[in-house]
Design a protein around this ligand. Structure first.
Ligand SMILES: Nc1ncnc2c1ncn2[C@@H]1O[C@H](COP(=O)(O)OP(=O)(O)O)[C@@H](O)[C@H]1O
Ligand SMILES: [Mg+2]
Length: 234
């Protein structure tokens, strides 16, 4: 397994939000976590990113126990998080944001990643000197993903990359996620656009009130009457 959470509980101060989470992602998979607002999806990804310390359980990444890693150590290990708020440097240029993503790497080695990002998102090449904060929501999301790729991740975690985007951009961003996987990067994605997330996912987990309540292949969950009713609005 590339990534594995074993019996992980976590939360904020004394408030436990995640209860005994077991979740795994195999090399090269796209795995999604779906669930209602407040279910604990963001808390799960923040725990993986080293931003929240689990109160219980273990996290393994490529056989290393990363449970107690700090956020920067997690990034260096190859697990890179794209936060829901994108956390761009809004007053810096596109290209400067991309260089920031490569902070863990020697400058000489980053050119090939930059070319890869520009191939994936040509708009970022055209707009390389634009101030990030002046770009559209969709372009900013592409930049946030591009910046994460600059860290040369083995596994990317994405928190609602399509949030707030127009439908055609939702499709574009999710299609980019599929192409990123084709380059060998493993993906764990959280989405409220459940049907579109399931369509690109090999497997998925359904989270409710801080627990995993269902798991299966993307197809199984798309076909599940419970999932269709609760999350696909059918
Ligand atoms: N900083 C925080 N302090 C305390 N509680 C929080 C904090 N952030 C989120 N929560 C709570 O944790 C629960 C799960 O939130 P979250 O992980 O953001 O859910 P989701 O991403 O699935 O919408 C919610 O009840 C939320 O109110
Ligand atoms: Mg969230």
């Amino acid at each position: 397994m590339t990534l594995k959470l074993e019996n992980v509980s976590a939360g904020y101060r004394r408030l436990e939000i995640l209860h005994d989470i077991n979740l795994s992602v195999a090399p090269g998979e796209i795995v999604s976590i779906i669930g209602a607002n407040g279910a604990g999806k963001t808390t799960t990804l923040r725990t993986l990113a080293g931003l929240i310390n689990p109160s219980k359980g273990k996290i393994f990444f490529h056989d290393a126990d990363i449970t107690r890693y700090r956020a920067d150590q997690v990034v260096r290990s190859g697990l890179v998080h794209v936060a829901q708020d994108r956390a761009l440097f809004g007053n810096l240029q596109v290209i400067e944001n991309l260089h920031m993503g490569a902070f863990t790497r020697p400058t000489k080695t980053i050119q090939s990643s930059l070319e890869q990002v520009f191939e994936l998102f040509p708009i970022l090449k055209d707009r390389r000197t634009q101030i990030a904060g002046t770009m559209s929501g969709g372009q900013q999301q592409m930049l946030a993903i591009g910046r994460a790729l600059m860290a040369q991740p083995k596994c990317l975690t994405l928190d609602e990359p399509s949030i707030g985007l127009a439908p055609n951009l939702v499709a574009q961003v999710l299609e980019a996620v599929s192409r990123i996987r084709e380059t060998g990067v493993t993906v764990l994605i959280v989405e409220q656009n459940a049907s579109q997330a399931l369509a690109i996912s090999d497997r998925a987990y359904v989270m409710e009130s801080g627990s995993i309540v269902l798991e299966g292949t993307g197809q199984e969950l798309s076909d599940s009457p419970e999932v269709r009713k609760a999350y696909l609005g059918m």
